[in-house]
Design a protein around this ligand. Structure first.
Ligand SMILES: *Cc1c(COP(=O)(O)O)cnc(C)c1O
Length: 524
């Protein structure tokens, strides 16, 4: 560490010639170096002007009052605001530019949703408020539930799961409860090779054994292999559709029929619903349970770690086992919250509860605002434009990037490329790092696993042609450098505040505890 008058800043790598002319502050133009909050604010200062604690009187802490400083940094409000604003500028956001992460549906979040979610009747309600005082908020949950059922052609919906993976768990627990009700102990869930990593993780977490089903040359589930494996020990399948290769599972109905014929259930990972919303009703494909990521398809913001919302639509066979609580509108217009498994509440077979309360109110309000403002025609156009944009990208880049399934026809909402054709020693990682220099967040890389050095790009429907063309230009230029073996690419990013970090080390051994450095003592 070096120290200067503005505080602590990390040393730059010696080898970094571009940094030879370092600035006094460590800042580079508007890219600002920012120490940790503990390094800025000391224990001796505070941003709050409290009265001194009374020294006499009754001790209401039963002798458990604090005896030593707890080491929180003391900062003034402007110092705090600047700290977090500076940090936020080192991040990439959908409000800054195209966010090509495949499978994540990083699209624009309409400001209308934000406006409605902030209305006090939705934003300031408390989950323990009497039901009669929150009829409007419950109405939003109920109405959204109605539209999710309508859009998917399903029978019921569990609104409480808080993310896609949480929704998967909800669906698998419904399957488990349904099997138990039948008195069966089926142990196996079949998951295709191209599944999202959360699928096998969910099935394993719920106590099932996972068996892999390979993909065919078209990047889709191999129907014959799947059929051959079906039997009385199979609880069900978990299939992502459109799948993680960005392709529609054309055999979905045949898969569902075959699984049902042996008494199993069909879970569909619906995280990629954006590609088919308004065009395909999963209920028509024989699906029993599917989660919908409101934070993807229905544009409730994500990317900063939440919150998400992953309602699960259910078939008639699974709906009786869905979790509590849920809303129900009665003939007199009153909305009730069904909280117990009692027979009088008409939901005696629920597998239980996944969340303490009723789900993510803010996300529900945003999603309903999105659905109602788009209308049926608008939602269909969302799917159409998302698919069109991805296919444009696929065809525009095919001459420099290998598209493993490009020959099998159009893709859905995302374009998938491999690293074939790069010069010896050049990898997908080099492309991702060079994209940072170009001002983009990298695409999803090395996923799905079925494609070597995979690059998965989902432009979404909210990008203009100009924005997509600029991204294509940037990606093309770095791919051409990888094909030509430009050594500078191996050291990218050159312009980011940090260069190549050891991401594995950071993930495996994160340093989560800050230790006060031994401050050099100024000579008197
Ligand atoms: C995003 C995603 C998930 C997981 O959703 P979370 O909300 O992040 O838990 C599952 N499957 C697929 C295909 C996804 O894209």
């Amino acid at each position: 560490m070096t120290i200067n008058q503005s505080g602590w800043r990390p040393e730059r790598p010696e080898s970094d010639a571009a940094n030879a002319g370092d600035t006094f502050t460590g800042n580079r133009a508007l890219m600002l170096e920012e120490p940790l909050i503990f390094e800025i604010g000391g224990n001796s200062t505070t941003g709050v002007d409290f009265d001194a604690a009374p020294t006499a009187g009754v001790d209401r802490l039963a002798g458990l009052g604090r005896t030593a400083a707890i080491g929180l940094p003391g900062l003034s409000e402007p110092e705090t605001v600047r700290h977090y604003t500076r940090l936020s500028r080192q991040n990439y956001a959908i409000d800054l530019g195209l966010f090509p992460l495949g499978s994540c549906t990083m699209k624009h979040n309409p400001r209308l949703n934000e406006k409605l979610a902030r209305l006090p009747g939705f934003a300031d309600v408390h989950p323990l408020q009497p039901v009669d005082t929150v009829q409007g908020a419950l109405g939003v949950i109920n109405e959204l539930a109605h539209w999710l059922i309508r859009l998917t052609g399903m029978y019921g919906v569990a609104m409480t799961p808080k993310a896609g993976a949480h929704g998967e768990l909800c669906g698998i627990l419904c399957i488990k409860a349904a099997l138990e009700a039948r008195g069966e102990n089926r142990k196996v869930i079949l998951v295709p090779e191209s599944a999202h990593g959360t699928n096998p993780a969910t099935a394993a977490f719920a106590g099932f054994a996972i068996e892999n089903i390979p993909a065919n040359a078209d990047g889709r589930v191999d129907l014959d292999t799947l059929k051959a494996r079906l039997g009385p020990d199979v609880a069900g399948v978990m299939i992502t559709n459109p799948n993680t290769c960005g392709l529609f599972e054309r055999d979905m109905k045949a898969i569902s029929d075959a699984v049902h014929a042996v008494g199993g259930y069909v879970y569909c990972d619906g995280a990629n619903f954006n590609a088919i919303v308004g065009r395909v009703r999963p209920g028509d494909l024989g699906i029993d349970a599917m989660h919908i990521n409101l934070h993807k398809t229905f544009s409730t913001p994500h990317g900063g770690g939440g919150p998400g919302a992953g309602p699960v639509v259910l078939s008639e066979a699974l709906a009786p086992y869905g979790p509590l609580p849920f809303t129900a509108r009665y003939a007199d217009g009153h909305i009730r919250l069904i909280e117990e498994e009692t027979a009088q509440d008409d939901h005696p077979n629920s597998f239980g509860r996944m969340t303490a309360f009723n789900g993510q109110m803010g996300m529900f309000t945003r999603a309903l605002a999105y659905i109602l403002s788009h209308g049926a025609d608008g939602l269909r156009q969302v799917a159409d434009d998302a698919v069109l944009n991805a296919n444009y990208m696929l065809r525009q880049l095919e001459d420099v990037l290998e598209a493993p399934f490009g020959a099998s026809g159009p893709c859905m909402h995302e374009a998938l490329f491999s690293d074939a054709g790069f010069a010896e020693g050049f990898t997908t990682l080099d492309i991702a790092k060079a994209l940072i220099d170009e001002g983009y967040h990298p695409m999803t890389m090395y996923f799905p696993l079925v494609v070597h050095g995979a690059m998965l790009i989902e432009p979404t429907e909210t990008e203009s042609k100009a924005a997509i063309d600029q991204f294509i230009g940037a990606l093309r230029s770095v791919v051409e450098r990888a094909r030509a073996g430009d050594p500078a690419l191996k050291a990218a990013p050159h312009f980011a505040p940090r260069r190549r970090l050891d991401e594995t080390l950071a993930a495996r051994k994160p340093v989560l505890v800050w230790k006060a450095p031994d401050l050099p003592v100024a000579a008197e």
